[in-house]
Write a protein that binds this ligand. Structure first.
Ligand code: PLP
Length: 390
């Protein structure tokens, strides 16, 4: 039986069209883009410029405002640590959400150890940030608000424009973790008043090992103190030889995603709705975690009361989905995102995340409905009615 990949919030398959564009930059066009004395270098520089322009265009910024990194985690580190390092305050303050990705939470925790004050805000039961809570958390020394646009576990989309307005009114920098929304939603940094935006290629059918950071250049100009040193590439903010083939793939991935965004979103949403309907016909009791309206179309996060997801996941070997729990070394911890929604440990353990993507088919969804419902029902779900939490 064919394996079915339904974990597209974790990572995605490289699109063959993108792979094809990358290959020449591993083989005949392998130059270093910093080599300005020969055509190998010039070709590489041109390819990097094209990719930078492709990304900049889609998020409505100038190409000089994009620097390449290795992944969103690195972009987040450069942004958060760079803002704090550049600040003149002895105890700067950052506001974030308890449901952020570990890349943000762990960076904040590291900054906290060195004197930065961090406020970790609760979210509403549907996973969305409360704007009043954000306003009330602002202090004299608040320098930055950092929020993920789309949540990687429960797929909820945060009210970025409203948060951006609050930042603008209060003269605070706004960093957005866009790892889950680049290529999935139309984005405009100016309109949303975003100053720093972290991106990743492997979530949108591009290669792993490449990411980017948007750093606003004017109104206001954002200054970041570099956190690494080296050959001066990427304006000295992220030195190191640029991985040209990966950059080419990233640019193409962004370009392809935005060319097909509307049709692909409709197709994926239909698959997700089919999955929900199919499961609701076969499973008596479950909860949908996270708001259903403001949500990434491919994401579904479900809790099944009274079963343990480790048991569930282990029986779902033919479909690749993930537990709603973060696996830390050898111990399985309940998801901090589901805990922030008010779930008990037990309910958080009984949760799964399904990520539908570009290469999934109707047949994949039919098979997933069959397998998930069979396994869940075998694990003896108690209860009578469908239960939705939105
Ligand atoms: N932020 C979010 C919301 C994510 O989903 C991820 C990836 O899981 C990251 C950050 C980290 O991205 P990367 O794997 O590119 O470091």
């Amino acid at each position: 039986m064919k394996r079915i990949y339904l974990d597209n919030n974790a990572t995605t398959q490289v699109d063959p069209k993108i792979m094809k564009k990358m290959i020449p930059f591993f083989t005949e066009n392998f130059g270093n883009e910093s080599s300005n004395t020969h055509s190998f270098g010039w070709e590489a520089r041109e390819a990097v410029d094209i990719a930078r322009e492709q990304i900049a265009t889609e998020i409505g910024v100038n190409l000089t405002e994009i620097i390449f990194t290795s992944c969103a985690t690195e972009s987040i580190n450069i942004a958060l640590r760079g803002v704090v390092k550049d600040s003149l305050l002895s105890k700067p303050h950052i506001i974030t959400l308890k449901t952020e990705h570990r890349a943000v939470l762990d960076t904040c925790a590291a900054l906290e150890k060195n004197g930065t004050e961090i406020t970790y805000l609760n979210v509403k039961k549907n996973g969305i940030a409360d704007i009043d809570d954000i306003k009330n958390a602002i202090r004299e020394n608040t320098i930055l608000i950092t929020v993920s646009h789309g949540n990687n576990e429960i797929g909820v989309i945060q009210p970025i424009k409203e948060i951006g307005d609050v930042c603008k009114k209060n003269d605070i920098l706004f960093h957005v973790d866009g790892a889950q929304t680049l290529g999935k939603l139309f984005l405009n940094m100016e309109e949303f008043n975003i100053h720093l935006f972290s991106m990743s290629s492997h979530k949108l059918y591009g290669p792993k090992g490449i990411g980017a950071l948007y750093i606003r250049k004017k109104d206001p100009r954002v200054n970041l103190a570099p956190i690494t040193s080296g050959g001066g590439q990427e304006k000295g903010i992220r030195p190191g030889t640029l991985p040209v083939p990966l950059i080419v793939g990233f640019g193409e991935a962004v370009n392809l995603a935005y060319r097909n965004l509307s049709s692909e979103s409709i197709r994926i949403k239909k698959l997700r709705d089919k999955l929900i309907f199919g499961l609701s016909q076969k499973i008596k009791k479950y909860k949908i975690n996270g708001d259903m309206k403001n949500r990434l179309v491919g994401n579904l996060n479900l809790s099944f009361p009274n079963i343990n997801d480790a048991g569930l996941i282990m029986r779902l070997t033919k479909i690749a989905i993930s537990a709603g729990s973060a696996c830390t070394s050898s111990t399985l911890k309940p998801s901090h995102v589901l805990k922030a929604l008010g779930h008990t440990d037990e309910l958080a353990y009984s949760s799964i995340r399904i990520g539908i993507g570009r290469f999934n088919t109707v047949e994949d969804i039919d098979t997933a409905i069959e397998i998930i419902s069979k396994v869940v029902n075998e694990l003896k779900i108690k209860g009578e009615r469908h239960e939705f939490v939105n």
